[in-house]
Design a protein around this ligand. Sequence first.
Ligand code: HEC
Ligand code: HEC
Length: 216
Amino acid sequence: MIPLDRILIGSLLLLSMQAATAADGQKIFTQGGENPSAMACMSCHGPDGLGMAAAGFPRLAGLPAAYVSKQLKDFRDGSRKQPIMEPLAKALSDAEISAISATLAAMPVAPTPDTRRQQMATDPVESLALYGDWSRGIPGCVQCHGPGGVGVGEHFPPLAHQPASYLAGQLDAWRDGRRSNDPNQLMVGVAKALTDTEVKALAEYFATRASQEAAQ
Ligand code: HEC
Ligand code: HEC
């Protein structure tokens, strides 16, 4: 009979071998996935994962793992349509998606200021961001996205430290149906209630103002 401790050691060895062959998030980030169509994330999202504002490529550093996994699967199934990310997400395996999501979630990002200390919002854009406009059914963005747009939990992504053109692009994508992946349609209603000017102004607000204050 094989002693119990041998069986335990054997299964531990098997487990560590599986870990060794598991997808490596850091490698996917810097070199890409097994399938060459899954290009290195850092080539567009920046060496530190903070995005490339000039190109409108979003930051991925510090985004919640569950949110990133969901977005990659949404690009695959077409509930989020975008020509660059769609083939890329399709080239990643489920194991690679889990690995890269965990790696990205652990990457550092500058702190976001708590805009609750600016309770006296006199600026109309800031007022919309903090309190919304209930006459049009728009809740304050920070009520779901957290103070300063820092992000909340695994499902409400941060808006701070994202390029303005990216944020505005996403609001437009909800308005014209390219992005229809929001749980309970939490965003589509909000996006459709905003005017073009408000979309631009809110994108600018979360991309620059909220982030700049953090740097001070
Ligand atoms: C060739 C450029 C390019 C490469 C390489 C690339 N991305 Fe992207 N990625 C983009 C663009 C552009 C967007 C914005 C899509 C949109 O507008 O909806 C994006 C968006 C995303 C988003 C959505 C972010 C959010 O806040 O919702 C995730 C997640 C993402 N990419 C993950 C990855 C991962 C993981 C890799 C590496 C395996 C990767 N990307 C490689 C260009 C790229
Ligand atoms: C009732 C909750 C709720 C409110 C209020 C809300 N959001 Fe969102 N928002 C979400 C959720 C949930 C998502 C992620 C959807 C998904 O899974 O793709 C999201 C995603 C976004 C994104 C995409 C972020 C990314 O990384 O791709 C933008 C931009 C955005 N919201 C802007 C706003 C703005 C601006 C406001 C205020 C006018 C606002 N949101 C109010 C729930 C909300």
